[in-house]
Design a binder for this molecule. Structure first.
Ligand code: NAD
Length: 260
């Protein structure tokens, strides 16, 4: 099976981690619409990922849903190997999988700390390393990390998350230098408040939604599809001279850092 021959990502093969929902789902869908063959990674419930893969194939594209826990090195290596077996190469990795759990700093338990760092920081490292080794053998590639505005701005109550995303910023910056000789570009997307399952508690609370509307300069939460558009740019040749950068997709909220 080979990648599609038309579209902005025609001929490219992409892995999107944590793509059974939210931002990852929107990115996988958009990449497929633009001609990429897409591996839709999921952690546990594969129903939505499977349905998306089937829809992409029905529409004439190429896609596969693959289970893997990004915090497990053997699982990540087998994910990348499966994609290369199936599609012949790898051009784009989107490190999207992520979790967050709120606890006051002095109450954070070790399990929260370890799991958040494992999924949000070690996971992207493991995926970047396995994908980078593969891309080095080919024509290079593009690695896109979905970090957060909290890669740079504090997030009281979510210290493991902010520490992981801050680490992801430096992982990206180091990797962009070390991988540039192999024509592998590495960039981050830093979303603000996007309407996805990770924000289910906020979305279910009209007062919180209203508060966000007040502090976001564009006066609303973002949509997963709006993050996906920037991922499309970074995956495509349009961004051929872009590496080592973070792109904010936040409705302007970081201009209001004091309101966060
Ligand atoms: P989401 O909860 O819908 O997506 C996260 C996905 O990651 C889920 O599908 C989940 O199953 C998957 N996942 C969790 N642990 C995993 C693991 N170990 N291995 C593989 N997959 C795993 O929420 P989302 O908002 O779409 O989040 C996507 C990314 O965007 C995350 O990295 C998140 O931190 C980041 N982000 C989101 C927002 C926002 O406001 N929604 C803001 C900033 C950053």
């Amino acid at each position: 099976m080979s990648a599609s021959t038309s579209g902005e990502l025609a001929g490219k093969v992409a892995i999107v981690t944590g793509a059974g929902s939210g931002i990852g789902f929107a990115i996988a869908q958009l990449f497929a619409e633009h001609g990429a063959a897409v591996a839709i990674n999921y952690l546990s419930s594969g129903k939505d990922a499977d349905e998306l893969a089937q829809k992409i194939e029905r529409d004439g594209g190429n896609a596969v849903a693959l289970q893997a826990d990004v915090s497990s090195k053997p699982a990540v290596e087998s994910l990348v190997a499966s994609v290369v077996d199936r599609f012949g190469k790898l051009d784009v990795l989107v490190n999207n999988a992520g979790i967050e759990q709120s606890q006051p700093l002095l109450e954070i338990d070790e399990e929260n700390w370890d799991r958040t760092i494992a999924v949000d920081l070690k996971g992207p490292f493991l995926c970047l390393q396995a994908a980078g080794r593969q891309m080095r053998r080919g024509d290079g590639g593009s690695i896109i990390n979905i970090s957060s505005i909290h890669e740079d701005f504090p997030f009281p109550g979510f210290t493991p998350y902010a520490a992981a995303k801050g680490g992801l910023r430096m992982l990206m910056r180091n990797a962009s230098l070390e991988l540039a000789p192999y024509k592998i570009r590495v960039n981050n997307i830093a979303p603000g408040a996007i309407a996805t399952p990770i924000n289910a508690a906020t979305l279910a609370n009209p007062a919180k939604v209203e508060r966000l509307q007040q502090i976001v300069p564009l006066q609303r939460m973002g949509k997963p599809e709006e993050v996906a558009q920037v991922a499309l740019f970074l995956a495509s040749e349009r961004s051929s001279y872009v590496t080592g950068s973070t792109y904010y997709v936040d409705g302007g909220i970081v201009q209001h850092a004091e309101a966060l």
